[in-house]
Design a protein around this ligand. Sequence first.
Ligand code: KIV
Length: 290
Amino acid sequence: MSTFTIDSGTSRATPSPVPGKRMTVPAIRARKVGGATAEPLVMLTAYTMRMAQLLDPHCEMLLVGDSLGQVIYGLPSTVPVTLDMMCAHGAAVVRGSWHSLVAVDMPFGSYEASPEQAFYSATRIMKESGCAAVKLEGGEAMAATIAFLSQRGIPVIGHVGLTPQAVNQLGGYAARGKSEVEAKKILADARAIADAGAFCIVVEGVMEAIADAVTAAVGVPIIGIGASARCDGQVLVTEDMLGLFERTPRFVRRYDDLATRIGAAVETYAGEVRSRSFPTSDQTYRPKGG
Ligand code: KIV
C-alpha cells in the first residue's frame, strides 16, 4: 500500500513513492498471450477521487461504472444515468489514480442510436474526464459502433451477458445463458465485438461454462463478474465487496463489513456529541500558551 503526501498548492494527495507509467490499452491487451492470461487482471469500480487513490495501487483497471446510478445517486437502475454524471465522476477517478487504466461507462442512451452518436459521447467523456477507454453494453448489434470508435482512436471495452442497461427488456437481473440459444448468442456476441476491435470484454452474470467458453474462444482479455474464476480477470463493484450494502449479490465475496463498522463509528460519535465528551482540548483551538 502506498502512502500519500499532500501537495499544498493543489491539495492533491500524491502517492509516495510515485508509481511508474499508467497502464495502457496495449499493455492490458497484451496480457492475454496465445489465448491465456498468466496472471488475472484486477479491475474494480471507482466513482470518487479518494476511493480511486485507495484502489489504484492494487488494480490494473479502474472502471467508472454506470452502477454509480444506484451506488452514489440512489437511482433504481442505470437507465437514468447521464453523460454529465459519467464525465464528472470519470474526471475525479482520473485525478485520484496514477497507475490503473481508467475506463468510463457510456450511459444508456448516449451511444445506441448510431456510431456517430457514440463517437460524440465517447469523445466528450474522454476529453472531460481524461480516461483512456470507454465501456459500452451489447454484442453483435454494437459491433459496427465498436469498429467505428476503435478505428478512430477510442479504445472500447465491451460488455456482454447480463447487460444491466437492458433491464427493462430482460425483466430483471437474472443470470443469462441458461438455454442453449442464449448461450450461443453470448458467445457470438463476444466474438463479434472482439472482431470489431474491443480490446477487452466484461462478461457479466452468465453460466460458468459460458464464461469459460468465451474466455477460451476470444483472443482479448475477458473480465468476469458473476462469471468464472478462469476468466482473464475479475471486476466487482467496490462497495459490494467492501460490505457497504446489506444485500450482497450471490456472485460477490465480501472482503469487509464496512456498513457495520461505519454504523458503529457513527454511533460512538453521536453518543460523544450528546454527552459533550467530543470535542476535547485535543480538537479545539485556544491561544498559544493559554
Ligand atoms: O457499471 C458497472 O459497475 C459495471 C460493472 C459491474 C462491470 O458495468
